[in-house]
Design a protein around this ligand. Structure first.
Ligand code: C5P
Length: 201
């Protein structure tokens, strides 16, 4: 029997950390759907057509630290406005969600569009300053040498674009549980998320 956990929220809210930990705890597979849009965005930065890039995405395209840069993140949120690009990525995400061993998908529209019948829906948020600081620490730990202002500008520009787009905008599903991680450690946020999933099993 499939069991699907949908985790949505704005940029750098802690979705990735929480999703990985929930998946590891329950033995579920995890799909970071932002990577799909980042991979398309990276190809567009290299001159590809967005729709062709989305239609021809392969597993090998989803790998690499270069996908984590603010530049690629911006390109991702620009291609993510296009309904045709989004449509080209739906089937893969739904197939992943339906796998027998359970699945955690994180993104912007998992609870609203991709998996409206998910068993658990979480909407993870935090203040933009907290999110930018965490993302800065994470990227600079990988040696990227970024400034706070640059990361904050990326996070805020993407939140605005992701929330205001017509197709599959960033918003909590009506039945999502809100988890504000502003004042939580990663450990505390993970414990709360695991408890919410456990209660639904
Ligand atoms: O989650 P992440 O920050 O990696 O996502 C990069 C961008 O991809 C987001 O800013 C958003 O525009 C887009 N995205 C989306 N729908 C998803 C996941 C990501 O539109 N399910």
């Amino acid at each position: 029997m499939s069991f699907t956990v949908a985790i949505d929220g704005p940029a750098a809210a802690g979705k990735g950390t929480i999703s990985k930990a929930v998946a590891a705890h329950f033995g579920f597979a995890h799909l970071d759907t932002g990577l799909l849009y980042r991979a398309v965005g990276a190809k567009v930065l290299h001159g590809a057509d967005p729709l062709v890039a989305a239609q021809t995405l392969e597993a090998v395209d989803l790998d690499g630290d270069h996908l984590r840069s603010p530049e690629v993140a911006q390109a991702a949120s620009k291609v993510a406005v296009d309904p045709d690009v989004r449509a080209a990525l739906v089937a893969f995400q739904r197939q992943f969600a339906a796998r027998d061993d359970g699945a955690v998908l994180d993104g912007r529209d998992i609870g609203t569009v991709i998996c409206p019948n998910a068993d658990v829906k979480l909407f993870v948020t935090a203040s933009s300053a907290k999110r930018a600081q965490r993302r800065l620490d994470e990227l600079n730990a990988k040696g990227m040498g970024l400034e706070f202002a640059e990361v904050l500008a990326d996070v805020e520009a993407r939140d605005k674009r992701d929330s205001e787009r017509a197709t599959a905008p960033l918003k909590p599903a009506d039945d999502a549980v809100l988890l504000d991680t502003s004042e939580l450690s990663a450990k505390e946020a993970i414990a709360q998320a695991i408890a919410i999933v456990q209660a639904a099993r």
